[in-house]
Design a protein around this ligand. Structure first.
Ligand code: ADP
Ligand code: ZN
Length: 286
């Protein structure tokens, strides 16, 4: 039995399961401060006796095995979590191998193994929710360099009529600052779910997402792109970004039909937690 933690900014999902992606019991724990959240996580897994734990975490995180602070959360504004030695604490409490990566890398691994990119050695998983992030599988492995990629914070060309200042605390009008859920809410004065019938909202969203997709395609050339996260429940965004992406790429690169190439998660909302089970499996092998 393996354990999986999908550590998000608002909630932690903990589950037990197997290496085939089968999920048994799962619970949700609100993300408050580590001193409250983590003991509940540990209590859940202590009860089940797991062989390894995989963590797909909100970031940025330290994933560099040679670093002294490997396994910790780095520069989050979330109170109490900055510098928190996540892997160390879980390993100390449960005494099992711990795999650690970003939430989006876990989801990319889940989708590449059992989901929309099953059987492919390359894919990109993007989430557009409270933030924007992406994880990539390249030549069968999660893409990592100095650290993990931070693809949500790329710069995009502004729409000439968009005068919204942007919401990223670090860069104001990076992609996340212009196109994540909180930016939509602040720009238009209502939550995404309340803006369903406002075509201009989703047109503009498609305008920014298309630019990001163009850059990811040009740099990584993924074999499949998976777009998840709360905002992508607005399926009308798909037709807008397809239109803008077609214009931007201008037939320069040969791609499959966009509706086959850029798709919703095959594992639905479970991509992250199933990917985290795979991180646990990998931790045993390593
Ligand atoms: P998180 O990023 O915290 O894991 P989500 O992926 O659900 O969670 O993202 C939350 C953001 O997505 C919020 O800003 C919310 O307003 C927006 N959102 C969630 N569901 C929808 C929806 N059906 N339509 C539009 N926006 C949504
Ligand atoms: Zn940013």
């Amino acid at each position: 039995m393996l354990g999986a933690i999908e550590a998000g900014g608002t909630k932690f999902v903990c589950a037990v399961g197997d290496e085939l992606g089968g999920i048994g019991e799962r619970i949700q724990i609100p993300t408050t401060i580590p001193e409250e959240t983590i003991p509940r996580v540990i209590a859940f897994f202590s009860k089940h006796g797991v062989e390894a734990i995989g963590i797909g975490s909100f970031g940025p995180i330290d994933v560099n095995l040679d670093s002294e602070t490997y396994g910790s959360i780095t520069s989050t504004p979330k109170p109490g979590w900055r510098g928190y030695p996540f892997v160390q604490e879980i390993r100390k409490a449960l005494g099992v191998p711990v795999g650690f990566n970003t939430d989006v890398n876990a989801a990319a691994l889940g989708e590449a193994t059992f989901g929309a990119a099953k059987g492919l050695d390359s894919c990109l998983y993007i989430t557009v929710g409270t933030g924007i992030g992406a994880g990539a599988v390249v030549q069968g492995k999660l893409l990592q360099g100095l650290s993990h990629p931070e693809m949500g914070h790329i710069l995009v060309r502004r729409h000439p009529e968009d005068h919204y200042k942007g919401k990223c605390p670090y860069h104001s009008d990076c992609l996340e600052g212009l196109a994540a859920g909180p930016a939509i809410e602040e720009r238009w004065g209502a939550k995404g779910i309340e803006l369903v019938s406002r075509e201009e909202v989703w047109d503009l969203e498609g305008y920014y997402i298309a630019q990001a997709l163009m850059q990811y395609i040009l740099i990584l050339s993924p074999k499949k792109i998976i777009l998840g996260g709360g905002v992508m429940n607005q399926k009308q965004v798909f037709s807008y970004f397809q239109k803008y992406l077609q214009e931007l790429l201008n037939d320069y690169v040969a791609l499959p039909r966009l509706s086959d190439y850029i798709v919703s998660p095959g594992l639905g909302d479970d991509a992250g937690i199933i990917g985290s089970l795979l991180l646990a499996r990998n931790a045993i092998q390593e």
